[in-house]
Design a protein around this ligand. Structure first.
Ligand code: DOR
Ligand code: ZN
Length: 345
């Protein structure tokens, strides 16, 4: 039985670090595990300008504890009236690594998102021209579409159109949850990739309702049927360079989760690598972990691979029931359970 996993230091290609006090409380969980991270821009107000992204990047760097080397990669939040030249300038000045499409009102802080994909065609044209990746929250959110069908419908209604009109555009289909998404990514060119979260590899939709409503397993896109979880596990561990690590770690105070209108999001940053290692071991694919965690992402983004090596050892990690930050409790993913791997510090 394998006792040690040595891999290049991974990156996290999808992270919510929040802002203010919460930023200081959560950023180091990510910075301890990952060298770089794609930082989601769904703050209030959202990060829609080069200046806002630069200022947010400084706040993140200030909050990183001494001794950790961590590079936040900033993302522009696309709105209906985004100026394509703002995106071009942000990319040229080395501030924007990507731009994010949130369909309006699809998820947390997405009210200012895009109401119709055609409204951002001038932006997509510039992005395709300069090679800036489009990150998509892939869900339609019309009230007549079942919540479990939202991702599959997004492929048909939006993505099909985007890839037809912008065949060169680099697209990351974020936090995929369905076999339809796996199939879509596999059947398109090298410019189409996807991130997969640790929680969508671990839970199916039963976890949200086991013994009552479990708000800590509620995230968006919502977890789907078992067959979809199995398709995600197969894709992540396949060795295909189209799939890479993106945790979608998304902390919310316990009171905001355990409420009459609980927020979507799972805080998985503290044991993200241990959680992925669990899945890869269960799938007998530990030899594929490095590609997924440390190589496919940078290659897609055209960034160098990290040189540093990290070690996961076979040693129990006991995940706390809760974490308390400046008076606020947050329940982490895997709360109260024990994982078989530990990241050496
Ligand atoms: O579960 C989620 N939480 N999904 C998202 O798309 C947003 C995120 C958040 O910001 O809380
Ligand atoms: Zn997210």
């Amino acid at each position: 039985m394998r006792q040690r996993i040595e891999i290049r230091r991974p990156d996290d290609w999808h992270v919510h670090l929040r802002d203010g006090d919460m930023l200081g409380d959560v950023v180091n969980y990510t910075a301890r595990q990952f060298a770089r991270a794609i930082i989601m821009p769904n703050l209030t107000p959202p990060v829609t300008t080069v200046d806002a992204a630069r200022a947010y990047r400084s706040r993140i760097l200030k909050a990183v504890e001494e001794g950790l080397v961590f590079t936040p990669l900033m993302v522009a939040y696309l709105t209906d009236d985004m100026d394509p030249e703002e995106i071009r300038r942000g990319a040229e000045e080395g501030v924007f690594t990507a731009a994010k499409l949130y369909p309006a009102n699809a998820t947390t802080n997405s009210a200012a998102g895009v109401t119709d994909i055609k409204k951002i065609y001038s932006v997509l044209r510039v992005m395709a021209e300069i090679g800036l990746p489009l990150l998509v929250h892939g869900e339609v959110n019309h009230s007549d579409v079942d919540i479990f069908d939202r991702e599959a419908r997004f492929i048909e209604d939006v993505l099909a159109l985007v890839i037809k009109d912008f065949p060169e555009l680099k697209i990351v289909f974020e936090h995929i949850t369905t076999e339809e998404a796996v199939e879509f990514v596999n059947s398109n060119g090298a410019n189409i990739a996807a991130t997969i979260t640790p929680h969508h590899l671990e839970i199916n939709r039963n976890a949200i309702f086991q013994g009552g409503i479990n708000p800590h397993n509620y995230c968006l896109p919502i977890a789907k049927r078992e067959k979809h979880r199995l398709a995600l596990r197969k894709a992540a561990t396949s060795g295909s360079s189209k799939f890479f690590l993106g945790t979608d770690t998304a902390p919310h105070p316990v009171a905001a989760k355990e409420s009459a209108c609980g927020c979507a999001g799972i805080f998985n940053a503290p044991y993200a690598l241990e959680s992925y290692a669990k899945t890869f071991e269960e799938e007998d694919a530990l030899d594929k972990l490095e590609g997924f965690a440390s190589e496919h992402g940078p290659r897609f983004y055209g960034l160098p691979l990290n040189e540093e090596i990290i070690i996961l050892e076979r040693k129990a990690s006991k995940v706390p029931e809760k974490l308390t930050f400046s008076g606020t409790d947050i329940i982490p993913f895997h709360a109260g359970s024990t994982l078989n791997w530990s990241l050496q510090s």
